[in-house]
Design a protein around this ligand. Structure first.
Ligand SMILES: Cc1ncc(COP(=O)(O)O)c(C=O)c1O
Length: 510
């Protein structure tokens, strides 16, 4: 299957690949920071071109891209490429000159938003946008404290890392503890969070999770501090594609405003029509934020982002004597590209498409769920879908290993999928919006094969583990270690689990 617009133009080989893969890997290991993560680091994929919803490796293998929420309207969409090329030939400079595309872009973005959100600041990345959003909030409220959600990720600069529990591992990162002004509220995940719908049948889960934020606000006040802002995505991506319970954001926004704070919606991953019913993911929640940040899909792969806010908040920032200058933010090339993205979304009816394809995928997955109890939860809006894999439908114990195995198997089938969530057991689906029904069929068929196989081997493992446990209850430690040796006749995965880590297993069984 080819994308709609790639077949005529396969680029020359010397543009796609300048080095043999082994040399690329060698130079990467030598010169690139080890902390810069790579997908499938044990067996990395070298991608040399992409088009629409497909990516191609150096051998010409085609991968179906189910996770790239940056190349939003399709990899290398010709309208976007053309806009970049055209503008690059004419002018690219900073935003301190008058230029048409910046104001046209601001006009276009604000036309998709509630009326109060009428002022735009141009930035280059989601991190910069969130950093600026927090500065705006501070100047407007004169408060210092920030409420963020557990498992959130809001960016890679120091201010945003401070509010990103997803990355900031409080247990191991001794050099960078959560600062005093940051407060972490529970992630409102009714399937796997601290309050699960199954444990509180009939309760208003939106209210229950929002009460957590109320408690934090009380704590801030009783410590003599002042709230600046609450920041969250409108659907939580890194937390495992979490859809908030009904009324959660409404309750939280009300409390935050009552406490003198402002509400920031991070739409860096979830904006630009991915939910399908609306342009922005805060809209189905029935709330209007005070500040909205956006990035990733905005440039379809080119770095451009923005902060949209109210005239009042923008004025507060200006009145404090602040000027905001960002060398690349709002440059003519970035603005031309973002305008082209917005035009393609409209021209190709991608919001409607996101609804149809998202629903088609969820329907097919729900069919599969009837057969495969490893699929615990299927949730999402439009082309933002999460599939939580569990070991047991009742306990909802995360099937982390199985999820990891699934994405590895899918990679072998040339399908790029990934996991998310605190237990890495949620398969995430957020592809370019040109993803089509045929793609869904291929994805679900291959997923079905992989999950059937993984479920069967998990059941086998569970049975064998039970046997191990039963045996070990009757014997002492050395018998268990001996048993590890006996296991060598078992299936290889079980062998590596039990024999490979005998001491860990011994500790577990006893
Ligand atoms: C929700 C969210 N906010 C902000 C960011 C930071 O964006 P960037 O990587 O462009 O700085 C990310 C990046 O993954 C994100 O997922």
């Amino acid at each position: 299957m080819e994308s709609n617009y790639s077949s005529s133009s396969i680029p020359p080989a010397n543009i796609m690949e300048k080095l043999p893969k082994s040399k690329t890997l060698e130079l990467r290991q030598k010169h690139i920071g080890g902390a810069m993560k790579m997908f499938f680091s044990h067996d990395p994929v070298k991608i040399v071109r992409a088009s629409g919803q497909y990516m191609y490796d150096e051998q010409g293998n085609q991968y179906l891209d189910c996770i790239n929420n940056v190349c939003h309207v399709g990899h290398c969409h010709p309208d976007v490429v053309e806009a970049a090329h055209r503008q690059m030939q004419v002018l690219n400079t900073n935003s301190r000159f008058l230029h048409d595309d910046m104001v046209l872009l601001a006009e276009k973005i604000t036309s998709t938003m509630p009326e109060s959100l009428s002022v735009v600041f141009m930035t280059n990345s989601g991190s910069e946008a969130n950093d600026l959003a927090m500065r705006l909030a501070r100047h407007h409220t004169k408060g210092t404290d920030v409420i963020t959600l557990d498992n959130a990720y809001h960016g890679t600069v120091v201010t945003t890392m401070d509010i990103s529990p997803y990355k900031l591992d409080r247990n191991t990162d001794g050099v960078h503890p959560i600062p005093d002004h940051v407060h972490v509220a529970s992630c409102p995940d009714v399937y796997g969070g601290i309050y699960r719908d199954c444990d509180y049948p009939g309760e208003d889960m939106g209210e229950k999770y929002a009460a957590d934020v109320d408690e934090i606000i009380n704590k801030i006040h009783s410590n003599g501090r002042k709230l600046s802002c609450y920041i969250s995505e409108s659907m939580q991506s890194c937390a495992g594609q979490v859809i908030f319970p009904k009324g959660y954001l409404k309750n939280v926004y009300r409390s935050v405003r009552k406490a003198g704070g402002v509400c920031i919606a991070d739409e860096v991953q979830v904006g630009f029509g991915r939910v399908g019913t609306h342009y922005w993911a805060f809209q189905p929640e029935g709330v209007v934020p005070d500040i909205v940040t956006m990035g990733k899909p905005m440039g379809n792969g080119h770095p451009v982002s923005a902060v949209v806010t109210t005239r009042e908040i923008s004025d507060s920032f200006q009145k404090s004597g602040m000027t905001y200058f960002n060398t690349y933010g709002g440059n003519p090339v970035s603005c031309a590209i973002a305008l082209a993205v917005l035009n393609v979304i409209e021209k190709e009816g991608l919001l409607e498409h996101a609804i149809i394809i998202g629903q088609y995928l969820k329907d097919k997955l729900r069919e599969l769920q009837k057969e495969l109890p490893i699929i615990g939860d299927i949730r999402g809006r439009g082309m933002f879908v999460g599939i939580a894999l569990v070991k047991d439908l009742k306990t909802r114990e995360p099937a982390t290993k199985e999820a990891n195995e699934t994405i590895c198997r899918m990679k072998k089938e040339f399908i790029l999928l990934s996991t998310d969530g605190p237990h890495e057991n949620v398969l995430k689906f957020k592809p370019p919006l040109c993803f089509n029904k045929d793609n869904v069929d291929v994805l679900v068929n291959k997923l079905a094969v992989a999950l059937r196989d993984i479920s069967t081997s998990s059941e086998e493992k569970a049975k064998n583990t039970q046997e191990i446990n039963e045996l070990s209850h009757d014997k002492n430690n050395s018998a268990v270690v001996d048993f590890g040796r006996q296991c060598s006749g078992f299936s290889s995965s079980l062998t590596s689990e039990v024999v490979g880590e005998p001491s860990a297993k011994v500790m577990k069984v006893h």
